[in-house]
Design a protein around this ligand. Structure first.
Ligand code: FAD
Length: 468
């Protein structure tokens, strides 16, 4: 009997419980549905589409080695998946669970369809270490504070990752017979060539690359405690897009880190790294409890926040997007984002703080830009972190903590290597302060600051006070 394995944000073959279960039963046919039509499902941003294209190609090659064809279909999954099941006469379907509300609704509808037709549907936990519905406070509610959440998470056992399944057997239906294609080329996922080239220079997409990155990172994880805050160093894992697309599972990352600890001993860097995986989980659990996290404040006090009128703030938003605010650390980060689809976490915090606090632009406009530009953009960690910076989120940084981007740059990019790398205008002239070029900027083709940091800080504090 044939089992359909419905791939979603889990584009890998190792530690893939749904694929494993299907291969144990007999023939497996892999399916990916590009769903931009189901209600509430957020269409992917441009950088995410680029990543998806590469990741599907890589997955197809890995599946081919296992004898499992990959069928690509496009449309509302609630219709497409039943159609594939009917055309192939498959007796079962497996998938790894998703945690966004619109996605869960789609999955529930498919499950119901299967129940009505006698098709066995089985789902598995693979993308998170623990189910959001299972991890609850003593009072039975969701965690709103990270530390007790993290304590609870750490007290539970994490299962071992599964190996990749052994090669499949028997004849399989051809993808074309199941009403679809085998190549993502027809989906028009790629951005204009110059953007695509920048992304391709920055990343190797796919499961094998994810494992290589993990191994290389663990070799220097001891430096992470100090190095993770330094955008001028290659101090973090850069696993985020691989985790976002499920090219590697959190179980595999967790297991590798724990093994590393067993072999080489504990270190502050390794413990810090595990905590960041905990923040990933925390954000996903928040999304489970606040399904429209990208538009709704966790703390309702912010519903009345006096953001600037979008039309009046449009030019500032544009300058921020283009990396032309005249504030070097912010502009360096925004250009890193534009050119590579990724930005260092410290700089994400500083750019988000400048937009929401100094420029008083609604964080949702910034989140939307990141959603389009980040290769790791996801519906939990994106909005969760934006709300963390804005102060409206769970266990968030308070509003009055307004980063000074010049001080931040001096502290975390002390030799100005990061700003000079991304702002070639400032790279050459030794007479200009690369952290604060001020009025000397325009002669070098670099703008003067669009906002006075001190006055805008006061304005931000007043705006917040007005919501009391
Ligand atoms: P590492 O430092 O090596 O951390 C390891 C892993 O832990 C990451 O790959 C990621 O999965 C997780 N992680 C680390 N920091 C966080 C965090 N603060 N919150 C949640 N998970 C974390 N991360 C995303 O994955 N997608 C997003 O859309 C996203 N948007 C963000 C927006 C803003 C405004 C901010 C401040 C942060 C955002 N982050 C987002 C979190 C963080 O910046 C990235 O996960 C991190 O920079 C990825 O780089 P890395 O893989 O080298 O991280």
């Amino acid at each position: 009997t044939t089992t359909i394995v419905w791939f979603r944000d889990d584009l890998r073959v190792t530690d893939h419980p749904a694929l494993d279960a299907a291969c144990r039963r007999g023939e497996a046919l892999a399916l990916y549905v590009l769903d931009e039509a189901s209600e509430g499902v957020r269409p992917l941003g441009a950088a995410a589409r680029w990543w998806l294209d590469g990741s599907l190609r890589s997955l197809r090659a890995s599946l081919e080695e296992l004898g499992v064809p990959l069928l690509l279909r496009r449309g509302p999954a609630g219709q497409v998946v039943p159609d594939v099941l009917e055309r192939t006469g498959a007796g079962g379907i497996t998938w790894n669970r998703r945690y966004g509300a619109p996605e869960r609704a789609v999955d529930a509808a498919v499950e119901q369809w299967c129940a009505g037709r006698g098709v066995a549907a089985r789902s598995f936990r693979a993308g998170l270490l623990h189910e959001p519905s299972e991890l609850r406070t003593g009072a039975g509610g969701p965690y709103r504070v990270f530390t007790p959440f993290w304590k609870a998470l750490r007290s539970r056992e994490v299962r071992q990752p599964l190996p990749a399944p052994r090669a499949g057997r028997g004849a399989l239906p051809r993808a074309a017979d199941a009403g679809g294609g085998e190549d993502p080329g027809g989906w028009d996922l790629l951005p204009p060539p110059e953007r695509a080239e920048g992304l391709a220079r920055a990343w190797t997409v796919g499961e094998a690359a994810a494992w290589e990155r993990l191994d290389a990172f663990l070799d220097r994880v001891e430096d992470y405690a100090e190095g993770h805050d330094r955008p001028d160093r290659d101090g973090t894992s850069r696993l985020s897009p691989h985790l976002r697309w499920g090219e590697i599972s959190p179980y595999a990352v967790w297991d590798a880190a724990v093994r590393h600890r067993a072999e080489r001993g504990s270190s502050p860097g390794l413990e810090k790294f595990l905590t960041e995986l905990g923040w990933r989980e925390f954000n996903w659990h928040q999304l489970h409890h606040v399904p429209d996290l990208h538009v709704r404040h966790v703390r309702p006090r912010f519903d009345a926040f006096p953001w600037r009128d979008p039309a009046e703030a449009a030019a500032d938003l544009r300058a921020w997007q283009q990396g032309r605010t005249g504030i070097p650390l912010v502009d360096a980060g925004m250009r890193q984002l534009e050119q590579t689809g990724w930005m260092h976490n410290r700089v994400r915090m500083v750019t988000a703080s400048l937009l929401t606090k100094n420029l008083l632009v609604d964080w949702r406009a910034g989140e939307q830009w990141f959603w389009d530009r980040l290769v790791d953009a996801d519906p939990a960690c994106g909005p969760g972190n934006w709300q963390w910076v804005a102060g409206s989120g769970a266990d968030a940084s308070p509003w009055f903590r307004i980063f000074n981007p010049v001080t931040q740059a001096r502290k975390f990019d002390p030799d100005a290597r990061y700003v000079r790398r991304w702002l070639p205008e400032l790279a050459g002239d030794e007479g200009v302060d690369p952290f604060e070029p001020g009025p000397l900027g325009p002669a070098l083709g670099y703008p003067e600051p669009i906002v006075d940091l001190r006055a805008s800080r006061e304005r931000a504090l007043d705006a917040y006070a007005s919501t009391r």
